[in-house]
Design a protein around this ligand. Structure first.
Ligand code: ZN
Length: 268
């Protein structure tokens, strides 16, 4: 089964910033080695996320109101879990804002990207979820949980300084910026897996449900579209599962991973 890509980052202005500035003397290099904010965040050694209860509410396929009632308690769990995790890492925490929209509209001063179901706006720390038919009709799967946990992962990147480190990386070509963007996206997906792993025992789910999410993720990668900024489906599923198994951010250092682990296609 092929699903549409469920999430996408919107990092306003990064390409403009990258091309408008003179390239710094030292190149970023791949994997990234010289940006401590990315490669040595205290988050990676903050241990597992606290195990917590976050039962899913039933959702009625096709009902946006019911999907909202499903998301809200999960959003509360995400706030509590990541607040505790950042405290362990001694990083100040703040909650993001959460907004639901029913059809694509401009957010963060930009047009809604086609095929995106969720967006995180770093500038005003806001998660925007597009609760359209495509999403609500599949709401009983783990997609919605993965989506909100992924967008929250971008918020974690923002408040931990990872996003700032990312924005400051030199980027001199589309290929280079795409690889950096994939490292950012795959990390958000890994953080999503970490959160889901930390609440898994409280969900009324089976191993088959998890495998189904992984399988759907494998089929939703860059190979199904023209973009090269999220990664090959197999890689997205791999990082999601790494986070899930670790149930914490320790396995989510995408910045130091070899290029094949963050590849978009055999061509890169
Ligand atoms: Zn994303």
């Amino acid at each position: 089964m092929i699903i549409r890509k469920l999430s996408i980052a919107l990092v306003a202005g990064i390409f403009m910033a990258g091309t408008a500035q003179a390239a710094p003397a030292s190149a970023a290099g791949y994997p990234i080695r010289n940006t401590a904010a990315l490669t040595r965040s205290p988050l990676y050694v903050s241990g597992r996320l606290p195990v917590s209860d976050c039962p899913e509410r039933p959702v009625t396929p096709g009902s946006a109101a019911s999907a909202k009632r499903y998301v809200m308690p999960i959003f509360t769990c995400l706030n509590e879990s990541w607040a505790a995790q950042l405290k362990k890492a001694r990083i100040p925490f703040s909650k993001p804002r959460l907004q639901f929209i029913s059809k694509p509209q401009r957010v963060c001063g930009q047009k809604w990207p086609s095929h995106a179901q969720g967006i995180y706006c770093p500038s005003d720390r806001r998660i925007v979820v597009l609760l359209d038919k495509h999403l609500t009709q599949q709401a009983e799967e783990l997609f919605l949980l993965d989506l909100i946990a992924h967008e929250y992962g971008h918020h974690v990147q923002n408040i931990t300084g990872i996003e700032r480190g990312f924005n400051r990386l030199p980027r001199r070509s589309k290929t280079e910026s795409n690889e950096q963007l994939r490292r950012l996206e795959l990390q958000a997906e890994c953080f999503a897996g970490a959160f889901i792993g930390s609440v898994w025992d409280s969900l009324d789910r089976t191993a088959d449900d998890w495998d189904f999410l992984l399988e759907a993720t494998r089929e939703s990668g860059d190979e199904n579209s023209k973009v090269r900024d999220h990664g090959k489906g197999r890689n997205i599923a791999n990082w999601l599962n790494r986070g899930f198994k670790a149930a914490g951010p320790s396995g989510c250092n995408t910045w130091i991973a070899g290029s094949t682990m963050v590849a978009s296609s055999p061509q890169g």
